[in-house]
Design a protein around this ligand. Sequence first.
Ligand SMILES: Cc1cc2nc3c(=O)[nH]c(=O)nc-3n(C[C@H](O)[C@H](O)[C@H](O)COP(=O)(O)O)c2cc1C
Length: 223
Amino acid sequence: MNIVEAIRNRKSIRKFKPEPVNKEIIKEILEIAGQAPSALNTQPWEFTVLAGDVLENVKKGNLEMLNSGATPNPEFSCVEWPLESIYKERQVELAMQLFKLMGIDRKDKEKRTKWTQRGFRFFDAPVAIILSSDRDIPEAPPALDIGAVMQNICLAAMHYNLGTCIENQGIMYPDILRKYADISEKRLVITSIAIGYPDPDFPANKIVTKRAPVDSITKWCGI
Ligand SMILES: Cc1cc2nc3c(=O)[nH]c(=O)nc-3n(C[C@H](O)[C@H](O)[C@H](O)COP(=O)(O)O)c2cc1C
């Protein structure tokens, strides 16, 4: 698969086969992803890889928090936008696409809750990667650099026939992550990636999301 094909074909996977992923493969993916550029080559990221009992405990802990109505307290938020904006419209469009594929009626609260719960249990992935930065870095967290390594993980995973879903739902309760994965308070939890072998029969895995046409988001100057 060439690079353009990989970028074009990457998509979020929201159900995985139970098959485990070999640790060496994850290690190779992280090593490849670490080739990402970063400001002054600072490489301000660290990975915490969760699998087996640790991941099961985190999934269980997340669900307990969610079901108890606990207020999510992510340490880094990337989902704040005005209610009446193109961003909100795109969010609604995504939800509608997913619900249609999954046969979920917007008014069916039970099915919607079940869908939300799936995200908090990493879509049943056998592995989850938590991306964190150094809390001591002053100013804003190095989100640009971490975004680059995050995308690289998703693309490199495809080389091994693995699917991914970048997941804010996975880091909504950082205390659960700290409890079971022993993530130090010195680390700032930025995001998570569910990773595993995609289940090709799962309806939501067939999603194809749209993008704004280039000319609608590009200003051409002198070209
Ligand atoms: C920072 C970030 C956080 C995300 N968090 C979630 C999440 O919590 N749950 C989810 O189902 N998808 C999540 N996604 C996946 C997006 O919904 C997805 O990338 C977007 O709809 C475009 O679809 P595609 O990845 O299939 O191209 C997240 C993506 C990013 C970049």
